[in-house]
Design a binder for this molecule. Sequence first.
Ligand code: UT7
Length: 325
Amino acid sequence: MNRAIIIGTGSCMPKRVVTNRDLESMVDTSDEWITTRTGITARRIAGPGEETSRLGAGAAREALAMAGVTAEELDLIIVCSISPDMVMPSCACLVQKQLGALNAFAFDLNAACSGFLYALDVAEKYIRATPDMKVLVVGAENLSSRVNWQDRSTCVLFGDGAGACVLTGTSEDRGILASRLYSDGRLWRLLSLNGAPSLNPDLESPGGNGTYIKMAGPDVFKHAVRSMEEAVLRLLDSEGRAIEDVRLLIPHQANIRILKSLAERLGLPFEKVYTTIGKYGNTSAASVPVALDEANRAGVLRRDDLLLFGVFGGGFTWGAALVRW
Ligand code: UT7
């Protein structure tokens, strides 16, 4: 059977580290509140030359080098982001240009914080149909430019960065085994970001049309835990696997309390949950590929490990995937 397999990972984080203490002088918050409520102690904030597409291209170069694939060999580039450099052209086209990947077609995919799993699923479908395809999937964000720095309930949570992976086909029984994705647009108001003032008067976000992230935090928290739990259980059930079979959960990194609660409900020891939330905060579509790359480069992942991914984000969108490494 043809499967899609990840053959290289990479990441690229902005240089500037902003700690909770730094934020104390910017908004009415405290290191103690942020740490205990979220698990975040620092985040990276992009500066000049670290736009979304450049971070994305930086992560892509690392992934390509690990995969031993040249930019010219890429057939498809998918970039997931809710903070692309521009609406048009797509961030994927800007990444393509920077890489010189002129034989690829390129498009953006927006599923908010769930983007990476959605893109992995799309890549997997292409590769199943055409196994020698080489696909680059990038999650890249510049969320510091998309938060309201007067709103302490959101600005302390998010960070910038990018992660990437390169996929191709394999006849081995490894790679992406299955994924389950969900959306519920009825709940859009609980987590939103206008790219520009909405053209649709029915879609004005709570709190006005400003172009920054708005979130009903506690509501999103509850949905995130329950939805990811349900997605994981359905996925394990349909694949005939038990939670005990999972070597590592690499989830979207939004809040350490969400991850602890999810692990507890699933009966998964927390040592099996890979976290980067402490040092990077919530990097939306970048969070899973950055965590994957970090785990990969740290030698945490062993061949044939069963990896579980879980994501949740605006839309709402959510899902889970199983990968045999
Ligand atoms: O990535 C996409 C998915 N996103 C998520 O999954 C995020 C989900 N939500 C969360 O992680 C949490 O709900 C938050 C971290 C956003 C908030 O934590 P919480 O424990 O739900 O706090 P809360 O919103 O209920 O606020 C509790 C208190 C409030 O004060 P009062 O009304 O109790 O006096 C807030 O005004 O904490 C206050 N507060 C803050 N205090 C200091 C809110 N933000 C801050 C802050 N510093 N930064």
